[in-house]
Design a protein around this ligand. Sequence first.
Ligand code: DX5
Ligand code: ZN
Length: 219
Amino acid sequence: MRIAPSILSADFAALGDAIARVEAAGADLLHIDVMDGHFVPNLTLGPPVIESIRKRTRLPLDVHLMIEEPERWVDTYVKAGADYLTLHVEACAHLERALHMIREAGAKAGAALNPATGPGTLEYVLDDLDLVLVMSVNPGFGGQSFIPTAYEKLRRIRGMLGKSDVLLSVDGGVKAANAASLAQAGATVLVAGSSVFGAADPGAAVAALRTAAEVARSA
Ligand code: DX5
Ligand code: ZN
């Protein structure tokens, strides 16, 4: 199981410290939410902030683009430092081409599904994917309630992926209390914002997520 703290719930004026805390606690990836105020009703950060983060951490950067026409921005975000670049299938008319562009630019390619989007949209691009991101909230904000239909979607995508090493990530409302069930449903990456950066000790929250998920695996 990989733990990917989402900096959306961190103090943006003290990002370097927030990142250092979760890195020291053994986070595996750093999840960065890019929002454009169009695809989702919120605005966050863009390439210059990612460039600055890239200089401050050795963690792989898991960049989640919640933007319209994401294919126009692939090169920019990969140059800024994205290791994984994930775009939304709902925002992308030519998904197969966009996924190829990400790999050609030198990053791992991810596709994200909103809660209402079925896994069938991935059926013909499975070989073009390094990561699938199942949204368990409607994207745009941290701290929303987990939508339980994500469990069945994770199980179906796990079945589609078989034994391949494509990462299966879940994002939205993830906390220690549901980490075990998510691991059992097939998730291999837990993205967590408010349950990590809203905690008094973000490092301990990362450890708690990992412990909870690994109990499920050994059960
Ligand atoms: C939401 C973002 C998430 C967000 C999750 O649109 O994609 O990564 O940070 O926040 P929590 O973990 O608080 O639901
Ligand atoms: Zn996200």
